[in-house]
Write a protein that binds this ligand. Sequence first.
Ligand code: AMP
Ligand code: MG
Length: 324
Amino acid sequence: MAGEPAVERFEFVEVHMGVDFRLLFYAPDADSANRAAQAAFARVAELDALLSDYEPDSELMRLCATAGQGQAVPVSKDLWHVLERSQQLAKATDGAFDVTVGPLVRLWRQARRTRKLPDPQALQQARQAVGFEFVRLVPECQSVELKQPRMQLDLGGIAMGYAADEALRVLREQGMPSALVDASGDIVVGDAPPDAAGWRIGLPPLEAEQPPHRYLLLSHAAVTTSGDAFQHVEIAGRRYSHIIDPATGLGLAEQRSVTVIAPDCMTADSLATALCVLGPERGLEFIKQMPAAEAMFLWREGDLVCSRETSGFASREVRAEKND
Ligand code: AMP
Ligand code: MG
């Protein structure tokens, strides 16, 4: 339109939180685009230093070191925010989503290396330190107590979504409202690209190597897909997902994926992980109570790929031909 400043499309990729973080946005020139991208990446790096379970001196790991000592320790605003949301979802899903699964995630990583399931004793011991009810949040002083010894929190199912939301927020603050942030499948978008109705986003099919099977057109929304296509270990002919079923202590053995559309990426990310554990039946029942969220399940039955979704999911879809 005449009188509107011309903008160009810019793309930046950096590795953060162990994955490619991709920023796609429209900016008037390369200098301001660079500045905005650096500010967004700096915020993601800051969050990683707080929330990572890989960095031994992250704030999260320092909190875990206090497990079982009978004290509530004050935490940063960011860690508080993520833990508060995690606990809400844990309660709402009866513990299907549970960030205390850390000891079980460690056993899963070991199983991936050794190709052996954990022995029953190790599993039993790990499970004693797992349970969202062992996390005590004290809102008055934003403090957290981990009530059992050897508890390990793992924010892998929610922190990436929060980091993507924060990167998008920083881009907007820097004057780049027309933006997409893709944290390796946790995707959040702001204003639509100029001259487009939204961002066109391909959804991965059940097998990750295959091209997208459906496309969404989104603005001011987030979409995340969780499932075993992305990470799994095969033991004795069975696939175990990196998503733990707290009811068994093992990785989910069903081959399924869940795509969630929600207003923000922290919600989409955590719900996708939660619904994966709940499965299509219970998962669709659960998400029906959330008017702002949509979900689609894919799963395998023999040679067949089955699919079920909420009634509003297809209204966010566009035809597959055009590229974004
Ligand atoms: P996502 O890829 O977002 O579905 O998250 C998977 C990651 O979440 C895993 O790699 C673990 O770090 C963590 N996780 C695994 N099982 C659970 C669970 N039942 N509840 C919450 N987080 C989990
Ligand atoms: Mg997730």
